[in-house]
Write a protein that binds this ligand. Structure first.
Ligand code: AMP
Ligand code: MG
Length: 419
C-alpha cells in the first residue's frame, strides 16, 4: 500500500470543486418547489401591476379638482359609481365626479388620484352621494401604476436561487404553475464495522450502535439531496467490495463511513484500488477527519469518511456538501462563514488545520466563539453543543482571546447562536 500523503484542506476542496458539475433539471409543480434551486431565470412577461390600480379604499377623483380645496373651502364631488377589487367600469370620471373604489381595483378612466375613505367625507343628499375633500390631493396619490413594482422583461429571480416564500410569490404572480429546477441528487450511504449494532438492538460487550448513518441522513436531507441507505456492512472485504460496486450501479454519489484508516480491517483504499477509481486525495491535513478519501469513478463520486462520528461529520460538510450543492444548482455551496471574536486563548502548534466544534453566540452586534472542548474526533457529545466550526488554519501556533477568527456555521447554527 502506498503511503498516504496529506494535502491541505484548501487544496482538497479545490480538487473537488474543479470536478463538480451541475446536475440535470426537471419541471416540478409550484406546490413542490419550496427549497429547490431554480434552473431558469424567472422573467417578468408582464408588468406588475399590470394595470393602474388603487392602493387604498377610497374615491377615484381628478386631482386637479382639489387644487384649491381647503378646510375653509372644501371641494365636493358627486359619486357616480363603485368598483370593487376585481371589477372594472366603463364609466369615465368627469370633472367634479368621483367613483368609490376598493384596494386593488383598476383605476377608472379619467381619474388620476385616490382620496382615502378616511379623508373624504361622504354624505347623502337626496338620492345622490357626495364627498367633501378639504385638502388638495396630488396627482397619483394612492395609485399603483403599471410596472411600478416590476417592469416587463426584467429578470426578477436568477437561476441558482433557492426557492423560498418570496420566490414562490413571484412564481405564482407570473403564472409558473410548473418551474424548472435541478434534480435532487441521490446519495447512497453505507456504514461499515463489525462492531455496529442497529438502533433497535440492545448493547452487548464490545459493540456500539450505528449512529453515523442517521447523522448522515440528516446532513444529506439538510443539503437537499436524497439519501439512499444501504445498511451496515461487516468488516469483510469481499462483501464490502461487491456491495459498493452494486450501489455504484444505482447511485451517482456514495458515502461510506468506517474502514478509512490503516487498521487491519480498513478496506476503503483496497476497494478503490480494485475499482480503479481516481483518488483525488486519501488524507487531508486537518483534524478531525484526516483519513478522509474522495474518489471519482465513471462520473460518480465516492466519499470514504472516517467512522469517527465527528470526523465523519466534518468530512461530509467540507467535501460532500459542495459536490451535492453544486449538483443541486445552488449559488452557495459551502457552509456559510463569518468572522467571530475568540473568547479564550488557543495554543496548539499543529501542522494540521483544525475544525474545532464550537459554540458561537450573537451578542449585540458581535459574534463570539468558544471551543466546546472535548475535541477528540470520537467525542459525540460535542456535536450537539456545537453550532459552528472554529477554523484554525494549519501551522497556527497560538491565537489569543479577543482575536478575530473564522467560523463556519452549521445547520441551525444561527438560530442556536441567539440565546
Ligand atoms: P473506523 O473508521 O472504522 O476505524 O472507525 C473509527 C471509529 O468510529 C471506531 O471507534 C468505530 O467504532 C466508530 N464508528 C465506526 N462506524 C460507526 C458508526 N456507523 N456509528 C458510530 N460509530 C462508528
Ligand atoms: Mg471500522
Amino acid at each position: 500500500m502506498e503511503e498516504r500523503k496529506p494535502i491541505d484542506v484548501e487544496q482538497a476542496i479545490h480538487k473537488i470543486m474543479e470536478r463538480t458539475k451541475q446536475g440535470e433539471t426537471e419541471m416540478v409543480s409550484i406546490d413542490e418547489a419550496m427549497g429547490r434551486y431554480l434552473a431558469e431565470d424567472v422573467v417578468a412577461d408582464h408588468p406588475v401591476p399590470s394595470f393602474d390600480r388603487s392602493s387604498f379604499d377610497g374615491f377615484a377623483i381628478i386631482a386637479e379638482d382639489t387644487t384649491n380645496a381647503s378646510f375653509q373651502e372644501p371641494v365636493t364631488c358627486k359619486v357616480v359609481g363603485r368598483i370593487g377589487a376585481g371589477d372594472v367600469t366603463d364609466t369615465i370620471v368627469q370633472k367634479g365626479e368621483a367613483i368609490r373604489i376598493m384596494t386593488g381595483a383598476q383605476m377608472p378612466k379619467g381619474a388620476n388620484a385616490i382620496v382615502a375613505l378616511e379623508i373624504a367625507k361622504e354624505e347623502q343628499i337626496n338620492d345622490e352621494t357626495w364627498i367633501t375633500v378639504n385638502r388638495p390631493i396630488e396627482k397619483g396619490t394612492n395609485v399603483a401604476f403599471i410596472g411600478e413594482d416590476i417592469q416587463k422583461d426584467v429578470v426578477i429571480v436568477h437561476k441558482g436561487r433557492q426557492i423560498a416564500a418570496g420566490e414562490l410569490s413571484i412564481l405564482a404572480t407570473f403564472g409558473y404553475a410548473k418551474v424548472k429546477v435541478y434534480k435532487r441528487p441521490i446519495i447512497g450511504v453505507f456504514v461499515t464495522g463489525t462492531e455496529l449494532l442497529s438502533v433497535d438492538e440492545p448493547l452487548v460487550p464490545g459493540k456500539i450502535r450505528n449512529s453515523n448513518s442517521y447523522m448522515l441522513l440528516g446532513q444529506i436531507a439538510s443539503v437537499g439531496a436524497i439519501p439512499k441507505y444501504y445498511g451496515i456492512l461487516p468488516d469483510d472485504y469481499e462483501l464490502c467490495y461487491t456491495s459498493v460496486v452494486q450501489a455504484l450501479e444505482e447511485v451517482d454519489y456514495l458515502v461510506t463511513t468506517g474502514g478509512a484508516s490503516v487498521g487491519d480491517f480498513d478496506f476503503v483504499q483496497d476497494i478503490l484500488h480494485e475499482l480503479q477509481a481516481t483518488v483525488l486525495f486519501n488524507k487531508v491535513a486537518m483534524r478531525p477527519g484526516s483519513v478522509t478519501t474522495v474518489a471519482t469513478w465513471k462520473e460518480k463520486w465516492i466519499f470514504g469518511l472516517s467512522g469517527n462520528p465527528a470526523a465523519c461529520y466534518v468530512g461530509f460538510e467540507l467535501f460532500a456538501r459542495p459536490v451535492l450543492k453544486t449538483a443541486l444548482g445552488a449559488e452557495m455551496v459551502h457552509l456559510p462563514r463569518s468572522k467571530a471574536i475568540l473568547e479564550h486563548d488557543i495554543t496548539m502548534g499543529n501542522p494540521f488545520a483544525r475544525f474545532t466544534r464550537a459554540k458561537a453566540e450573537i451578542r449585540g452586534s458581535d459574534i463570539f466563539v468558544s471551543s466546546v472542548g472535548r475535541d477528540k474526533s470520537d467525542i459525540i457529545s460535542a456535536l450537539v453543543e456545537a453550532n459552528a466550526f472554529l477554523f484554525i488554519p494549519a501551522r497556527t501556533k497560538s491565537i489569543s482571546k479577543g482575536e478575530e477568527v473564522t467560523i463556519l456555521w452549521l445547520d441551525q447554527g444561527v438560530e442556536r447562536a441567539i440565546e
